[in-house]
Design a protein around this ligand. Structure first.
Ligand SMILES: [Zn+2]
Length: 248
């Protein structure tokens, strides 16, 4: 299984290419799309059913998305991809300083500890859950450009659904979850007002949970090039449909 991809290999293989393409492809007059790699090496977020950190999933998907957008002639600004960015507010600040037109934070999801159970994977105890699977999107009502943020989140969700993926409803559950309010239930968009990277961004901002990595089947799928490409293509389509990017 390829879920344990070495970060140094990723950095050596993917990032210089994506960055070079992104720099070369920046169209005149349009700010780049900021792609924020959620979490950092010292605190890498959730852990998959196979013991792989969320940061590795975020890093790999962001690389594929950056390459996808660059191939479409869309300028990209990668944020937090070196795994060093501990200050959440520094992420939207870096996007703003780069003149970004849009801020997209890339994450992978988990479920509450009470829904996780231990199992043994490759001789190590890990935690897994079949409780929830699917993508979700978040916007903050404290972001000054909520309307544009929500329009893009809905467009990305619609494109992900069009690609055959399904949103997870588990963040909306009141009894067992956190009861987060829907912004667009059909397209898997929730309000999450106090997410720091969204509320402190001054540009339209969306956070994507690309899938649930504590779910064994979805974690395995999310680690494939096919699922990353499917997700990246859908995100690129959504950003075109909400007017953030245009094909050159
Ligand atoms: Zn995360």
């Amino acid at each position: 299984m390829s879920v344990g991809t070495n970060l140094r290999q990723l950095a050596a293989a993917g990032w210089p290419l994506a960055c070079a393409l992104a720099t070369a492809a920046m169209p005149a007059g349009a700010g780049p799309v900021a792609i924020d790699v959620g979490h950092y090496l010292a605190r890498p977020g959730a852990t998959s059913a196979y013991g792989v950190s969320e940061f590795e999933y975020n890093h790999a998907l962001a690389a594929v998305l950056a390459a996808r957008l660059a191939a479409d002639g869309v300028a990209v600004r990668l944020i937090g991809h070196r795994g060093e960015m501990e200050d959440l507010r520094a992420r939207p600040r870096e996007a703003e300083e780069a003149g970004a037109a849009f801020f997209l934070s890339i994450h992978h999801d988990s479920v509450k500890a009470e829904f996780q159970q231990p199992w043994i994977w490759q001789g190590q105890e890990q935690l897994y859950s079949d409780y929830a699977s699917g993508f979700s999107l978040f916007v903050s009502r404290k972001n000054p450009r909520l309307d544009e943020s929500l329009a893009c989140a809905s467009a990305i969700g619609a494109a992900l659904r069009g690609a055959g993926l399904r949103p997870t409803p588990h963040h909306a559950e009141v009894a067992t979850g956190v009861g987060r309010p829907w912004a667009d239930e059909l397209n898997g968009v929730y309000y999450y007002d106090n997410l720091v990277v969204l509320k402190s961004a001054t540009v339209p901002a969306v956070l994507l949970e690309a899938g649930v990595i504590v779910h064994p089947a979805e974690a395995a799928e999310l680690a494939t090039a096919a699922r990353r490409t499917l997700t990246a293509d859908a995100v690129a389509r959504g950003l075109r449909e909400c007017g953030v990017t245009t094909l050159r």
